[in-house]
Design a protein around this ligand. Structure first.
Ligand SMILES: *Cc1c(COP(=O)(O)O)cnc(C)c1O
Length: 472
C-alpha cells in the first residue's frame, strides 16, 4: 500500500496526467468506441489477494479504463446536455476528496454548511431569483424534483402522510407537459402518488405546455373530486429546450393553491444573462426551482441547485431527530440533512465557490453568451442550408435539426438517413451528438455548451456533418 511519500509522488504524477489529458482531450475519440462487455472482460474476476503496485493500477487505468470512457470534457462533445467541469472545479474536488468530510449537519463541518448557505445566496442573486427563495445543493435535479413533490404532498396533507401513510382516499394529481423530463414521472412513482395520477398536458407547436389545457385538466379533476397538488413547469425541456410559459401557469397555480415547481435543470444557467430572464417572469409565485450547475455552469457533476420558498415546510417534511444526531446548535444554523433525502452529504459548495470566484460572474456570463451566439450562428447556417431543416424556435445553446435532402419527405426513409448520419458521425470519434423525436421524426440535437468549446469547434462539426451527409 502506498504511504505518504508515494502519495505525494503519485499525486504530482497524476496532476501532470490530468493537465495533459485536458490539454489534448480534443484529439481523443469523444464517444467511447468499445463494445458491450469489452471492458468487463478485461478486468479480473477476482480481487487481488495482495497489494498491487500503483504503477500497475495506474497503467490499467490508462490501458483498460480510458478506452471505455466517453470524453464529456471534449470540446467536440455536443450530445445530451453537457456535464461541464473546469480547472477551478477540479482543484476544489481534489481538496474535497482529501478532506473527505461528511457534511450532514453543521457540527460535522461548520464551514461546509455556512459556505453552502452563502454560495446558494450568491447563485440565487446571479440568476435573478427573488430573495424569498433559499437554496440547498442536491445531488441531481431528479432528487430535487422528488423533494419538491414530497414537500408539496406533506404541506397539503398537513404532514399526515409522513405520519400515517396514505389512507387510500387521497386523489392527488400532478401535472406537467408531455415533453417534461422523465425524472418527474419517476418522482411521482417514488412519492407514492401512482403514475396514473401524473397528468401529461398537451403542448403547442413550440412544444411548450398549453396553459389553457392545463387549466382545463385541473378544473376537470376538481369537478371529479380529485386534488391538484403540484404543477411542474419545464424551463427548457430536455428534447428541444421548449420553454413553458411561467406566468400563466403561476396564475393557475395561485388560483387553485397548487405547488409550482420549476424544472430549469439545463436552462437555469442562462439566467446569469439578464436578457434571458424573460423565462422566469412570474417566478415570485413559484414554490420551488431547480437548475444544475453541473450541466452548464462549469462545476463538475454532481451539483444541483434547489431553491424553495417555504423552508419550514421542507424541513418539516424531511427532519428526523434520533438521539445520536442531536446537537447543541439546532435552530441557529442550517443542518442540511433535513433539507433533502440523504443524511450523509458531500461538501459540494466548495467547487461552486471556486468556480464562481475563479470565473467571476462576468466570466460565466461571457462564456454562456458565447455559447448562445455560436448556437444561433449555427442555427442560421442550418436554416440556410438546402438539405437540412432547422427545428424552430431554436432556444439557448441547443440546435435541433434534421437532414432532409432534395424532395425526400418519407418519414421512414428520413428517419433511417438521420439515424445513419448520426451513427457515422459518432463512430468516427470526431464529434458526439444525440437525437430526439418530434412528431415521429428523428431530430438531431447539438448542444453548444462545453466549457472549452470554441466557435471553431462548432464550425468544424457543422462542416463534418455536411460532408458526411453527402456520402450517404
Ligand atoms: C437533465 C435534466 C434533468 C435531470 O437531471 P439530473 O440532475 O441528471 O437528475 C431533469 N430535468 C431536465 C429538464 C433536464 O434537462
Amino acid at each position: 500500500m502506498i504511504d505518504s511519500r508515494e502519495f505525494r509522488k503519485y499525486a504530482h504524477e497524476f496532476v501532470d496526467w490530468m493537465a495533459d489529458y485536458l490539454e489534448n482531450i480534443d484529439k481523443l475519440p469523444v464517444k467511447s468506441q468499445v463494445k458491450p462487455g469489452e471492458i468487463f472482460s478485461k478486468i479480473p474476476d477476482q480481487p487481488p489477494g495482495t497489494s498491487e503496485s500503483m504503477d500497475d493500477i495506474f497503467g490499467d487505468f490508462k490501458d483498460v479504463i480510458l478506452p471505455g470512457m466517453t470524453h464529456w470534457q471534449s470540446p467536440n462533445y455536443f450530445a445530451y446536455f453537457t456535464a461541464n467541469s473546469s480547472y477551478p472545479s477540479v482543484l476544489a474536488e481534489m481538496l474535497t476528496s482529501t478532506m473527505a468530510a461528511q457534511c450532514m449537519v453543521w457540527e460535522t463541518s461548520p464551514a461546509a454548511a455556512e459556505l453552502e448557505e452563502k454560495v446558494m445566496n450568491w447563485l440565487r442573486d446571479m440568476i435573478g431569483l427573488p430573495e424569498s427563495f433559499e437554496g440547498v445543493i442536491q445531488d441531481t435535479a431528479s432528487t430535487a424534483t422528488l423533494v419538491a413533490l414530497l414537500t408539496a404532498r406533506e404541506k397539503l396533507s398537513g404532514y399526515s402522510i409522513n405520519e400515517k401513510g396514505f389512507s387510500g382516499d387521497e386523489k392527488y394529481r400532478i401535472y406537467c407537459s408531455s415533453e417534461a423530463h422523465s425524472s418527474i414521472e419517476k418522482a411521482v412513482k417514488m412519492a407514492g402518488f401512482g403514475r396514473q395520477n401524473l397528468v401529461k398536458i398537451e403542448v403547442d407547436d413550440t412544444l411548450a405546455i398549453r396553459p389553457e389545457s392545463l387549466k382545463q385538466a385541473i378544473e376537470n379533476d376538481i369537478s371529479e373530486g380529485k386534488t391538484p397538488l403540484c404543477v411542474v413547469a419545464a424551463l427548457g425541456t430536455t428534447g428541444t429546450v421548449a420553454i413553458d410559459p411561467l406566468k400563466p401557469i403561476a396564475e393557475i397555480c395561485r388560483n387553485h393553491n397548487i405547488w409550482l415547481h420549476v424544472d430549469a435543470a439545463y436552462a437555469g444557467t442562462a439566467l446569469v444573462l439578464p436578457e434571458q430572464r424573460w423565462m422566469i417572469e412570474g417566478i415570485e409565485e413559484a414554490d420551488s426551482f431547480v437548475f444544475n450547475p453541473h450541466k452548464w455552469m462549469f462545476t463538475n457533476f454532481d451539483c444541483s441547485a434547489y431553491y424553495v420558498k417555504d423552508t419550514e415546510a421542507l424541513i418539516r417534511t424531511f427532519e428526523i431527530l434520533p438521539e445520536y444526531l442531536k446537537t447543541g446548535t439546532r435552530g441557529q444554523v442550517n443542518d442540511y440533512r433535513d433539507w433533502g433525502v440523504q443524511l450523509g452529504r458531500r461538501f459540494r459548495a466548495l467547487k461552486l465557490w471556486f468556480v464562481i470566484r475563479d470565473f467571476g460572474v462576468d466570466g460565466i456570463q461571457k462564456k454562456v453568451k458565447e455559447h448562445l451566439d455560436w448556437a444561433s450562428e449555427l442555427a442560421g447556417q442550418i436554416k440556410e442550408s438546402e438539405d437540412f431543416e432547422l427545428l424552430e424556435p431554436q432556444h439557448l445553446g441547443l440546435v435541433c435539426f434534421r437532414y432532409r435532402p432534395g424532395e425526400e419527405r418519407d418519414k421512414e426513409r428520413l428517419n433511417a438517413m438521420n439515424q445513419e448520419l448520426m451513427q457515422i458521425l459518432n463512430e468516427s470519434g470526431d464529434i458526439y451528438l444525440t437525437h430526439t423525436k418530434v412528431d415521429g421524426f428523428i431530430i438531431l440535437r447539438m448542444v453548444i455548451g462545453q466549457t472549452n468549446v470554441t466557435r471553431d469547434h462548432v464550425q468544424r462539426a457543422w462542416n463534418l456533418i455536411l460532408q458526411t451527409a453527402e456520402t450517404l
